[in-house]
Ligand binder design. Structure first.
Ligand SMILES: [Zn+2]
Length: 254
């Protein structure tokens, strides 16, 4: 039994925190997947930070799987409707870039991101919408771009195989002290009730290191989870014929 481990929000904007999360994982002999944002909040374009891209490429050479994680990550320019408000209730502070996007709009952004990855020598094994929020159109867009993997808050979708695995995820929120303490309590509850769940994920965010309560909880949970079940690559979920195959063709536009 293993665990799927990832670092979200990999961008030069969060360079030092991502470095620290990576080191925490490697110190426990685990290699996390990296969820890379091409242009964090409309700034920090990867192309302007070649040293950071070289760092990501080196981590991929170490065995880290790469996911495209939105284009800009926030919701600027994508106003929510009432249904979107309900869908996102309590789950993000305006970081659900794909929350409001239909198939066509999602496909444009994902294709653009994959083209940027390709130009930078990065290879995406899948897509994770920011805050795990998206509509069905994001799933069909990923399928149309031959991405094998998509995950949301409760499920890992094996797109090429038409399968979906229920997958609880341990994550934290340190936006307020109340949320940080709630996160630590929830983390302890997941250990008690889900430590033998068949497909379990741990998702680390740079913000987790900003609050002392979530920082300590991350360290404690990594210690006990990774001692209990080692980290495995997402590709291990795919059937052998897909696991070593190219993750996607180079997109040519919308
Ligand atoms: Zn994110």
């Amino acid at each position: 039994m293993s665990v799927l481990l990832s670092i979200h929000d990999v961008t030069p904007a969060w360079r030092s925190h991502v470095d620290e999360l990576w080191a925490l994982c490697r110190a426990r002999h685990a290699t996390p997947a990296l969820l890379v944002v091409p242009q964090w909040h409309g700034e920090w374009p990867l192309e302007s930070h070649p040293d950071y891209v070289a760092w990501v490429r080196a981590r991929a050479a170490d065995g880290a799987e790469l996911f495209l994680h939105g284009e800009r990550h926030d919701e600027v320019g994508s106003p929510r409707g009432l249904r979107d408000q309900w869908h996102a209730l309590g789950r993000t502070d305006r970081e659900g870039e794909f929350l409001t996007l239909d198939h066509d709009a999602a496909r444009v952004r994902i294709a653009r991101g994959l083209a940027r990855f390709h130009a930078l020598g990065l290879h995406a094994i899948g897509f994770v919408p920011p805050a795990w929020l998206c509509r069905d159109g994001t799933r069909t867009a990923c399928q149309s771009l031959d991405l094998p993997l998509l995950e949301d808050a409760g499920t890992v979708h094996l797109l090429a195989e038409g399968r979906a695995l229920a997958s609880p995820v341990l994550r934290w929120s340190g936006r307020t002290t109340l949320r940080a303490r709630g996160s630590a309590v929830q983390a302890a509850w997941r250990w008690r009730t889900q430590r033998n769940a068949p497909c379990f994920r741990i998702a680390l965010h740079p913000m987790d290191l900003e609050h002392p309560v979530t920082r300590q909880s991350v360290i404690d949970e990594l210690d006990r989870w990774l001692a209990h079940r080692p980290a495995a690559p997402y590709a291990s979920l795919l059937t052998p014929t897909r696991a070593g195959a190219p993750a996607q063709r180079v997109p040519t536009g919308s």
